[in-house]
Write a protein that binds this ligand. Structure first.
Ligand SMILES: Nc1nc2c(ncn2[C@@H]2O[C@H](COP(=O)(O)OP(=O)(O)OP(=O)(O)O)[C@@H](O)[C@H]2O)c(=O)[nH]1
Length: 538
């Protein structure tokens, strides 16, 4: 290849691409004498996969000399990078110079020679710094994003996703040369940087694929804990241990292992998605589309790398786009799942509230049941005691209810219970409480009412019940009466002692002939401490 003076102008028009060739590629070019270019010009051998480049130079009339290896980062004085051989091609004013360049590597060889000016080279370094910045920013934001999402959704698999993204970023960083300096710095003296590039990138892809599998498992697994099986961790740590011993391992073996692990992990991901699709997991389809887009791009990239497809740099970006497409699709899917979960939580909260309300209601009368009684009475007594307010408790029991049932049937008995409930509800204020304590026994809790007013309420219930009539199945309108026992809270009273005194009063009302109101006769916890009993005969 002869480089003419006018062809020195760096432009994309000078880009030659020899594609992927197995073995070695030899390039020969001549720089003619006095070509009149004074700006430093370089032949850049784009060589993204870390092949070896040797440059031989011959000035007119002399023998071939091996240029200081352009791949030696030390002697290259900043012009040489691991995968970019920069060969200075400025012609001598009087002599033509001839160059022979050999590009070779253990795998496919790519040689894409480009003429760049010194300024172009500086721009390229700037571009690379920008790319490095974007990559670093992208990684940090992706990890932060995954952390926030993981916290919000409690989907642990998202940590695996950010680990996968980190590993993939490592691959891209290495493939694009962003991490060259770091890699050279880390590499023990005497180690082959090209082999290291291949091994580290192979490892990075395999680790990305492994973490991807963990992520998809975490996302789609039927049993949330199953993805954390110990052998997953063992696999991962085994792999990391291999990665640590990287510089000492054989390149070919490691490359093969990397490919095997990558393929196995990708097959596992596909199997996971297929199983989730069969189970109709809500995220299965989005994951299939997302993973599919990444898989198509990555397959194209690998095919290109293996020489099955023509070299097309855009495919590298397609893989990056695949990653982003996956990230976006999964975000949308996870977001919609979060929305569904929020809705579900809201519905559950409402249902729980409803159930808790129902669990404290008596089905026949709609009044508070025994559970509501047990919750409300101690609380109310406490509140009234602290406020220094009086509180009275009434126990109301239907007289001869067994007889009512026996004579007129249980249906009619139920109607009587409902009638008592209605009478009770009409006789108290909204701030009072009424409970169906047991079968035909009701309890009224009247905060703020002392004995005299409580008696009035009790009497209202008793007379109201007596006056209310309903037709029995036999056409008669039997009178159904109730007996009431009344007690007022005394210092030291508990719900139990207060109830016991009201119940004792009720017992006396029953004993005295029923259809009457009886007051307590004892004080808190026993006899003699309270107001004296009173009787309201029918
Ligand atoms: N119809 C109906 N009957 C009930 C219900 N709950 C309890 N009972 C009945 O109420 C009756 C209560 O009878 P007892 O405890 O002997 O009392 P009583 O017959 O009212 O006699 P005294 O209380 O002494 O006047 C029983 O026959 C129970 O079956 C209910 O929800 N519906």
């Amino acid at each position: 290849m002869a480089v003419q003076g006018e062809a020195f102008a760096p432009s994309d028009g000078n880009r030659l691409n020899f594609g992927l060739v197995k073995g070695a590629v030899w390039l020969r070019f001549v720089v003619e004498a006095g070509s009149g270019c004074h700006e430093p010009v370089f032949l850049k051998l784009g060589n993204p996969f870390g092949n070896r480049v040797s440059v031989f130079r011959r000035v007119q009339g002399e023998g071939w000399t091996l240029e200081a290896s352009p791949l030696d980062p030390v002697t290259g004085a900043g012009q040489l990078q691991i995968r970019q051989a920069m060969v200075p091609v400025n012609p001598l004013p009087d002599h033509a110079a001839e160059y022979l360049i050999r590009v070779a590597g253990p795998g496919p060889v790519l040689a894409a020679p480009t003429i760049v000016s010194g300024r172009g080279l500086a721009d390229e370094v700037g571009d690379r710094t920008l790319l490095g910045g974007l990559l670093a920013g992208g990684i940090v934001s992706l990890v932060a994003y995954c952390a926030v999402l993981a916290r919000l959704t409690r989907l642990r698999g998202l940590w695996a996703y950010s680990a996968s993204a980190l590993a993939l970023a490592l691959f891209y960083g290495i493939a694009s040369g962003v991490f060259d300096r770091a890699l050279l710095w880390l590499l023990p003296a005497g180690q082959d940087p090209f082999g290291a590039v291949q091994r580290v990138s192979g490892f990075a892809v395999a680790i990305a694929a492994l973490f991807h599998w963990f992520f998809v498992r975490g996302l789609l697994a039927a049993d949330a804990a199953s993805w954390r099986k110990p052998w997953h961790a063992a696999l991962l740590f085994g792999w990391l241990a291999l990665a640590i011993s990287l510089p000492f391992a054989a390149t070919q073996a490691i490359a093969l292992l990397s490919v095997a692990v990558t393929i196995a992990a990708l097959v596992a991901v596909a199997a996971e998605i297929a199983a989730a699709l069969r189970r109709a997991h809500p995220l299965a389809r989005a994951t299939a589309v997302a993973f599919g887009s990444l898989a198509v791009a990555a397959t194209g990239f690998v095919a290109m790398y293996l020489g099955l497809l023509p070299w097309w740099p855009a495919l590298i970006h397609a893989t990056a786009l695949g990653v982003w497409a996956e990230a976006i699709l999964l975000s949308v899917a996870v977001g919609s799942q979060v929305r569904d979960l929020r809705g579900e939580r809201q519905r559950l909260a409402e249902r729980t509230q409803e159930l808790s309300r129902l669990s404290q209601r008596d089905a026949l009368t709609g009044l508070g049941n025994r559970r509501a009684y047990d919750r409300t009475v101690p609380e109310t007594l406490d509140r009234c005691r602290r406020a220094g307010a009086a509180v009275s408790l009434l126990v109301v029991d239907i007289d001869h209810f067994k007889e009512v049932n026996d004579r007129h049937g249980h249906g009619f008995g139920d109607q009587v219970i409902q009638a008592l409930s209605a009478t009770v509800t009409c006789s108290i204020r909204t701030s009072d409480f009424a409970f169906r304590y047991g079968g035909e026994e009701f309890v009224l809790l009247l905060p703020g009412l002392a004995m005299a007013r409580a008696l009035e309420v009790a009497e209202r219930v008793r007379s109201g019940m007596r006056d209310s009539r309903r037709a029995a199945p036999d056409g008669s309108q039997p009178v159904v009466s109730v007996s009431v026992g009344v007690a007022q809270m005394q210092p030291g009273d508990t719900a139990e002692t207060l109830f016991a005194r009201a119940d004792a009063a009720l017992y006396r009302a029953k004993a005295a002939g029923r259809d009457r109101v009886e007051l307590e006769t004892g004080g808190a916890g026993g006899a003699g401490a309270g107001p004296s009993g009173a009787r309201f005969p029918a």
